[in-house]
Design a protein around this ligand. Sequence first.
Ligand SMILES: Nc1ncnc2c1ncn2[C@@H]1O[C@H](COP(=O)(O)OP(=O)(O)O)[C@@H](O)[C@H]1O
Ligand SMILES: [Mg+2]
Length: 263
Amino acid sequence: MRRIAIINQKGGVGKTTTTTNLGAALARRGKRVLIVDIDPQANLSIHVDVDITKLEHSTYTLLVEDSTPAQAIRPTSTKGLEILPTNIDLSGAELELANAIGRETILRDKLAQHFKEHGEVDFVLYDCPPSLGLLSLNALAAADEVFIPVQTEFFALQGMTKLLQVVELVRGRINPTLRITAIVPCLVDLRTNLASEVLAELRAVFPDQVLATKIRQNIRLAEAPSHGKTIFEYAPESTGARDYDDLAAEVLGESSSAARFLS
Ligand SMILES: Nc1ncnc2c1ncn2[C@@H]1O[C@H](COP(=O)(O)OP(=O)(O)O)[C@@H](O)[C@H]1O
Ligand SMILES: [Mg+2]
């Protein structure tokens, strides 16, 4: 089982789009995938068509009340892809848990128990909020790998130092196996020099992590969420669908550039 936190404290860089469509691409390749919505904006849940007004159990009740993952997890329209959904209630969780003992590891512990009882999946992908607070810490504690989506624009590296510090802190105190395994270039506009300059800069800082696959800007990727569909359901012939399937191949080590994931 590979457990991956998809994180960047910047908003709008492609975290949710990547969680949904990488998850769907892996599921279409026969993997069992659980995507976890740990962002109070609930964009991930909405993207796969969960009615968030009718959630009895969610990431929120899991963290703050005594719900189990089994009560909250539900299938999606993609075979093999399940979601642990949330709603806006989650925005209160950080405050409500302020004095709870072991509050950084609730998600990890509950999911560990769940997988023990119900069997593991192949991939767990955590869609993090645009902040580095308690919710993101719960994802980092429950992951083995960190994927950082970056938008290839001028400020791409801004804030990266802080993110690396937080990952280091979690590795040191809570989760010694955690490592950053992928920088995922998202919203790439190949027509601009800026995109290639930023990619070169990223490769200089993260020579082993920047993926070969680039997720290009594609309007279909921006349209799909409002239809409650993954890119493979909404526009299977789009460049967005092709890029996310290429990403899945690279993550699975099935493309030549992916040797790192096999070591
Ligand atoms: N490759 C892409 N091409 C075009 N639009 C995209 C692409 N990736 C994401 N978007 C759009 O950009 C916005 C931000 O993406 P999102 O995945 O929600 O970012 P985050 O979760 O990091 O805040 C959304 O409206 C999304 O639909
Ligand atoms: Mg998001």
